[in-house]
Design a protein around this ligand. Structure first.
Ligand code: PRX
Length: 676
């Protein structure tokens, strides 16, 4: 750990020092005139003085069955509870309450990946009917009730929204596993969440291929069983209702096609269950610094209030907007800013099934033109890819974005400018939103109608969020110091997860121990949230996020734990040791390279390299495939036997390896550098 800390400190500080300050871009008058936040009074309303009462403003955007009696219960830090005493239902807030005014308005535009397939439009009324029927099926056919967990392994088809909102209607806690995860990874998460029901789909399109997704459910079933959790029912949505499109057969008495079973529940209505604000809405697994993924457990009231408020103020969503976030709903961005936030505000949200560049780099712009999308939200990886293969394509299409978001990774100023000038046609306000699975919603961003934009910087804390940068010793680094440190949030906020599913101790250790000086303190001021990112604060109070300081690699916006990848590689019987390092990539930001040394008796070969790659895809998912597998005779190690990842990272990134004289085996470094 000591080596790693020094390593990241040096490189972050160097980057920060060498960074030139970028110029500002101003939001347009047209944008400002229609913005949800037009004036600076918001900062007064959300000032530290008004904390925590300021967050009433977000809670009051929701409908409550019972009003909350307390805004923040901070009596047991860091287990903060928001809007206690209040009762509500997320499904009601995202659907039922809109029916009076917006019943015939599109809730979801579903854009299939094959362009020859028609776009489907589901109104709020249709969503209401489908969610009611599926809730009835979950309750009466599967016995699901409030507090149960249900795992979803759903691709980007509209039924993903139906399934989530049906769970929410009953008070069941959904745990959506990104569809790109392997069956095994899904099964592990089923076992951790103790789900008896798995909701999946037969197939979906990705990159031009109709993928058999059902086969993963069989593997998930076996894996969960191995870990002591029996899945009682697997519910399968068909990509083409009534036409089962997977090769993998159904298992009788376990697998059910929703399209068949639902017939019994046509016309059913299920009253939304009134749930406590601090009850759980969902679990979202994410990678951390150990091999085991952790389930971020999110509340109903705090989370929904926070994503609704930030969708309104940061995303500038109005009910008449057509909003398209290209993230996958299997990750937190999709939960917060495709489903819950936009639907709570009665917007039309676009769900796109496939790859942004399929069949070519202008697909997103055709979709934007056809649907009149006016708010667009994506990641730097997608922006880089679209820029590389179709730098002028946006200019050929007649769409107009008023607002655009970038999320998930640092964006290079050059790429930001292309996004602003070419994709946004110099008309859109761009927000660079920094946040995490654990935080539920945005932490740092400019407000699109008020702040000037600065390429490459997320911006100040969003309303009610007070970030601070600490150095290793816990001293605050003031704005404009030019020094990088660890970004923390000083105050609690409603969107933050409740805990790590089943592991309160890990929750405290991971996010609060670092800068908490008194573990017994009952004062929230003593509990800054430690995000695990390096950052630097410019003199203007804008934060630039530098990336993870722990063992997490951010690959194309997907968060991968190096330990997870390493333990997966060790599943190959030939592999003795494995070490994963992040390597800079012009499109994906970072990609993992894996170094492996073999057990005695085995020799390096291209087959073995492939085997390691295939093992990572099988254990975790195809998105975890390494950029390169290095089979080395030995790892560079300290005298105490610790693998020097810093040196492997320097080699893979073609940088100077620095001083290696203290290593136990310095000769191996030269050997690795000279590898083909
Ligand atoms: O390192 C930060 C990076 O993504 C991490 C969180 O990943 P995840 O939990 O998967 O959530 C992704 C969607 C919010 C952070 O710790 N990150 C996120 N947004 C930004 C970012 N890095 C730089 N700039 C951002 N805007």
């Amino acid at each position: 750990m000591a080596d790693k800390k020094i390593d990241s400190e040096v490189s972050e500080a160097q980057i920060a020092v060498h960074w030139k300050e970028e110029g500002y871009f101003k939001p347009s008058e047209k944008f400002k005139s229609q913005a949800n936040v037009k004036d600076n009074s918001i900062f007064k309303r959300f000032s530290m003085e008004n904390f925590p009462e300021c967050y009433k403003e977000y809670a009051d955007m929701l409908d409550w069955y019972e009003p909350y009696t307390k805004v923040l219960d901070s009596s047991n830090p860091p287990f903060f509870k928001w809007f206690t005493g209040g009762k509500l239902n997320a499904s009601y807030n995202c659907i039922d309450r809109h029916l009076e005014k917006h019943r015939n308005k599109t809730a979801i535009h579903f854009v299939p990946e094959p362009e020859e397939e028609a776009i489907q439009h589901m109104t709020y009324q249709e969503l209401y009917i489908k969610v009611n029927e599926f809730s009835a099926l979950l309750r009466d056919f599967c016995g699901v009730k409030a507090g149960d967990t249900v795992t979803l392994h759903m691709p980007m088809i509209p039924e993903i929204a139906v399934a989530m909102l049906a769970c929410a209607r009953l008070g069941a806690i959904h745990s959506q596993v990104f569809s790109g995860f392997s069956g095994k990874a899904c099964g592990e998460r089923v076992a951790d969440a103790k789900s008896k029901v798995l909701i999946t789909a037969d197939s979906y399109y990705r990159g031009g291929t109709l993928i058999d997704h059902k086969e993963k459910a069989d593997i998930a079933y076996d894996e969960a069983l191995k870990e002591g959790q029996k899945i009682e029912k697997i519910l399968i949505f068909e990509r083409y209702p009534g036409k089962y499109s997977a090769k993998t057969p159904l298992v009788e008495g376990r697998d059910y096609l929703v399209n068949d079973v639902i017939k019994k529940y046509y016309h059913a209505k299920v009253d939304p269950v009134a749930l406590a604000s601090e009850d759980s809405l969902f679990i979202m697994y994410t990678s951390g610094s150990t091999g085991k993924p952790k389930g971020a457990q999110h509340s109903i009231g705090g989370y929904l209030a926070y994503v609704t408020g930030t969708s309104k103020y940061v995303q500038d969503i109005h009910p008449e907007d057509v909003y398209w976030c290209m993230a996958d709903i299997g990750w937190i961005t999709g939960h917060s800013y495709i489903i819950y936030g936009p639907l709570a505000l009665a917007a039309s949200s676009v769900i796109y099934e496939g790859v942004p560049t399929h069949p070519d780099a202008s697909r997103p712009w055709r979709v934007a033109e056809e649907l009149d999308v006016n708010i667009f939200h994506t990641s730097p990886t997608a922006i880089r890819a679209l820029r590389r293969i179709g730098p002028d394509e946006p200019t050929k299409y007649n769409y107009h974005f008023k607002h655009m978001t970038t999320v998930g990774e640092p964006i290079e100023p050059e790429v930001w400018r292309w996004y602003y000038n070419i994709v946004g046609k110099k008309e859109a306000s761009v927000v660079d939103t920094w946040w995490q699975t654990e935080t539920g919603g945005f932490l740092c961003s400019t407000l699109p109608g008020i702040h000037d934009m600065k390429p490459g910087s997320a911006g100040p804390g969003v309303p009610g969020i007070y970030p601070i940068i600490f150095d290793e010793e816990g001293n605050p680094l003031p704005a404009g110091s030019g020094k990088a440190g660890n970004i923390c949030i000083q105050n609690p906020w409603p969107g933050r997860m409740l805990t790590i599913w089943g592991d309160d101790a890990r929750f405290v250790r991971q996010y609060y121990q670092r800068y908490n000086k008194d573990p017994k303190s009952k004062d929230w001021h003593d509990w800054p949230y430690f995000a695990g990112d390096g950052a630097v604060e410019a003199a203007d109070g804008y934060f630039r996020i530098l990336g993870r300081i722990d063992d997490v690699i951010n690959v194309a916006g997907h968060r991968l734990g190096t330990k997870e990848l390493e333990s997966a590689a060790l599943m190959c019987q030939e592999v003795g040791e494995a070490a994963v390092v992040p390597v800079s990539d012009p499109i994906k930001g970072k990609i993992p390279h894996i170094f492996v040394s073999l057990k005695p008796g085995y020799t390096a070969s291209t087959e073995l390299q492939k085997k390691v790659t295939d093992t990572l895809a099988k254990e975790i998912g195809p998105f975890a495939k390494p950029g390169k597998v290095w089979i080395v005779s030995d790892m560079p190690k300290t005298r105490s036997g610790k693998i020097m990842r810093r040196i492997l990272s320097a080699i893979a990134n073609k940088q100077d390896v620095g001083d290696i004289t203290t290593l136990a085996n310095p000769q191996v470094v030269e050997e690795i550098i000279n590898m083909p």
